[in-house]
Design a binder for this molecule. Structure first.
Ligand SMILES: Cc1cc2nc3c(=O)[nH]c(=O)nc-3n(C[C@H](O)[C@H](O)[C@H](O)COP(=O)(O)OP(=O)(O)OC[C@H]3O[C@@H](n4cnc5c(N)ncnc54)[C@H](O)[C@@H]3O)c2cc1C
Length: 561
């Protein structure tokens, strides 16, 4: 019997194999194209359990089949692509089950995962845009939303350990995941959350699959406690590898933390309880113009004591691109082109005087007490003026919005609007300590320029996390051939500066081949053991995180425009 027919017999949800569907699910926001055999839309956890059991039983047969989860499909690393079965969550797993201000709204959910405060219970296929509408009704937000907030969903946010413009202040997704419900490779559903020592003992004593997972993962994290702590990337954000360093602190044990950022390679997330924070009452945006790359480290160092909620940035190439697409940006900012251009007259004069700045930084100072925020803001401006750094305070939300749209939409504009070349995220998410940026960035630009790659850079200056998005013609073999050569050089440089190859976009097809380079063979060996423990038959999203293959990835680069 054909695979799709067999699947139709075992699940209540939809099973599609028409060409249009398969084509749609062959791509995400990465540079890859991988055609699945079938796309399924499970109705409930029972469907998922049956799917897992079916795929498990089929292992060792003629056809190697596997399961790859997909929520919003905006992954930039190829994480949601598969040759086999893709499981789409946005059709049926799209319920916001609860949004609760919690017992003490002042706590705002900022406490560690598992603690009290505001929270929500959500399914993986809920789009962030819909989730935010609900949380805002209570004055709450999930503060780790990515720049793709209008197109991505909660399952991908958790599985990638996503971050965004507020991560600098609030931290990343892992900090807000309190509990996950997951389907594991034995075809059963489990709850993962922070356990104390007594609870851990009880789990380890169980004589079943769950018990064996707790025993084996405990053995890994306890036996290698010091080595794992040393391997923890010394930067503020990381999505590379499995976050073994967040599982066990010798007081608490939390397997949900291992799942966050694991890109669907350990099992399938069916529900999440997420901490929320109270939206700050007052927010002021200052746009800062840095003339030279040398200024960026000093600027970040000087800005951090003012506790900015965001320090987002984009470079001169992004700004030039934005100018080219002003009509589209004006539309996104819900403004007429004329009034949009009029709002930029000050910046135009500035550019005429001193040229286009190297970096534009969006510095957002927020708080709940008006006087306190305004005082902090005014000290911040005094500091900028003393340093001789040009800046402009945004007087209204609409004035601010034009800059936010450029920052958030630059990659989308590159993806959707440039016709003769493709936005090519392949070294798109490095992070180094911000104090090293001024030294690091010229070396990075030199590598890219030596290979004829003109990038746009945008990202999170406060964390030292930048997204490099070059425009390339991937129909040409010589352009594709640059990808592994440049990646090797860029990652060598990032690691020389003590950074991580991915702060938030995760590993997928594009970066998994470099995990051993980043962590070394011993820690990479532990990652392989983690995968074997959770998924001994390699049925969940194979080829991501461990068991990756650079040649496979290269063969699957999308070669059409
Ligand atoms: C314009 C643009 C801007 C972006 N900006 C950012 C940014 O600022 N920060 C950032 O972190 N990322 C960013 N991204 C990348 C991406 O949008 C985010 O990582 C996002 O969180 C992915 O969500 P998704 O629902 O689209 O995930 P998907 O693409 O559906 O999946 C992502 C990964 O999660 C796994 N997964 C999905 N659902 C489940 C599930 N139920 N169970 C287990 N695994 C699952 C998939 O298998 C895949 O490996 C951006 C992308 C674009 C296109």
């Amino acid at each position: 019997m054909f695979l799709a027919e067999e699947l139709k017999n075992i699940i209540k949800g939809d099973v599609l194999t028409d060409e249009e569907t398969l084509k749609h699910y062959s791509t995400d926001a990465s540079i890859f194209e991988v055609k699945p055999k079938v796309v399924v839309f499970p109705k409930d956890s029972e469907d998922l359990k049956r799917l897992v059991k079916f795929v498990d039983e089929k292992q060792g047969g003629e056809e190697k089949i596997s399961l790859t989860a997909r929520s919003g499909g905006t992954d930039m690393s190829g994480g949601s692509l598969s040759e086999s079965i893709v499981i789409e969550f946005d059709k049926y797993f799209n319920h916001i089950k609860k949004v609760s201000p919690g017992p003490d709204p002042k706590d705002g959910g900022l406490a560690s995962p598992g603690a009290g405060g505001a929270y929500a219970i959500v399914e993986p296929g809920v789009y962030y845009r819909d989730f935010e509408k609900e949380t805002l009704k209570h004055g709450l937000i999930f503060p780790s939303y990515p720049a793709s907030k209008s197109i991505c969903a909660m399952g991908g946010i958790i599985a990638n350990n996503s971050g965004g413009e507020k991560t600098l202040y609030y931290g990343k997704t892992n900090k807000y995941v309190r509990r996950l419900t997951v389907v594991l490779s034995d075809g059963n559903e489990y709850e993962l959350r922070k356990l104390d020592k007594t609870e851990l003992q009880a789990k380890k004593a169980q004589n079943d699959f769950e018990g064996s997972i707790y025993r084996k993962i405990y053995e890994i994290v306890e036996d290698n406690f010091a080595a794992i702590e040393r391997a923890r990337p010394k930067v503020s954000k990381n999505s590379a590898g499995y976050a073994l360093w967040n599982v066990w602190d010798r007081k608490h044990f939390d397997l949900a933390q291992l799942f966050v950022g694991s890109q669907g390679t350990l099992g399938i997330i069916t529900e999440a309880e997420l901490g929320l924070v109270r939206n700050k009452k007052y927010s002021y945006l200052t746009v800062v113009f840095l003339r030279d790359v040398n200024e960026i480290s000093n600027f970040v160092r000087a800005a951090m004591p003012f506790m900015p909620e965001s320090l987002e940035t984009f470079d001169d190439n992004t700004l030039k691109l934005a100018m080219k697409f002003f009509p589209e940006i004006a539309k996104k900012a819900k403004s007429s082109l004329f009034s949009f251009l009029w709002q930029f007259r000050g910046e135009a004069m500035m550019a005429l005087r001193g040229g286009i700045p190297k970096f534009v930084v969006l510095a957002e100072i927020t708080g709940d007490e008006k006087e306190e925020v305004e005082e902090r803001l005014s000290k911040f401006h005094a500091m900028l003026n003393k340093m001789g750094i040009e800046n402009k305070v945004m007087k209204s939300a609409s004035e601010s919005e034009k800059y936010w749209v450029i920052r958030r939409e630059s990659f989308n504009l590159l993806r959707n609007k440039v016709k003769d070349k493709r936005a090519t995220p392949f070294v798109d998410d490095f992070i180094v300590a911000p104090s090293k940026l001024s030294d690091f960035l010229p070396k990075l630009y030199a590598i890219l320029e030596a290979h004829g790659i003109a990038p746009t850079l945008a990202g999170h200056a406060g964390d030292g996390n930048f997204h490099i998005i070059p425009l390339m013609d991937l129909t040409k073999e010589e352009e594709r051939a640059k990808i592994p050569v440049v990646a090797e050089k860029v990652y060598d440089l990032v690691l020389e500066y003590g950074g991580s190859i991915t702060a938030e976009h995760n590993d997928g097809l594009i970066r998994s081949p470099y995990l051993e380079k980043m962590y070394g063979s011993a820690i990479y060996g532990l990652f392989k053991r983690v995968k074997e423990i959770f998924d001994p038959k390699n049925i969940f999203n194979p080829g991501k995180k461990v068991g990756s293959d650079l040649e496979y990835a290269m063969r699957h680069i999308k070669t059409t425009l």
